[in-house]
Design a protein around this ligand. Structure first.
Ligand SMILES: [Zn+2]
Length: 167
């Protein structure tokens, strides 16, 4: 766990107790930990524990099989920005910080995405920009691979047909 990480990770009883006394617990599902994320429709940041009513706008999309359940990185945007700051300070370089976070969150890691993320849109942190760029890169790569496979299949199919016609 990196030092200075915000307290109140996912399984702490942060909201449950006031000065060690259990808080009045309303019967609604809102304060209950999510048993089934699809059912509860409340999304908890796995770092700060804050709850969000929706993923879009609060979390960044992810194509990683590690985060397939949500399709989003389960660390909220504020925490991502916080980690970018922390790692930049600790590693002494913003580039190194982004690379480290890219590894943590299973993002495509290459220099062209890293350089592209230097041009940050207004109101967006570099890590948020990096994730968007990495996602675009990943989608493009997948599309290219699919097209390549289709071409290969088509070629194989034609070859097979020619063989059959000759026989
Ligand atoms: Zn958070």
């Amino acid at each position: 766990m990196p030092p200075g990480r915000p307290k109140g990770s996912i399984n702490t009883s942060k909201n449950k107790y006031i000065n060690g006394v259990e808080k009045h617990k309303p019967k609604s599902k809102i304060n209950a930990p999510p048993k089934d994320i699809n059912e509860s429709k409340i999304y908890y940041c796995t770092s700060c524990g804050k709850d969000f009513p929706k993923l879009y706008g609060n979390f960044r999309a992810s194509q990683s099989p590690f985060f397939k359940g949500w399709g989003y990185i389960p660390v909220c945007l504020k925490c991502l920005d916080y980690f970018e700051e922390q790692y930049t300070e600790r590693l002494g370089s913003n580039d190194e910080a982004i690379k480290r976070l890219a590894l943590h969150f299973d993002l495509y890691l290459n220099d062209s995405i890293l350089n592209a993320s230097k041009k940050v849109n207004v109101g967006q942190s570099r890590i948020a920009q990096y994730i968007s760029s990495a996602n675009c890169y990943f989608s493009r790569k997948m599309k290219e691979e699919k097209e390549e496979n289709n071409e290969k299949n088509e070629y194989a199919h034609k070859k097979e047909e020619n063989k059959r016609q000759k026989a």
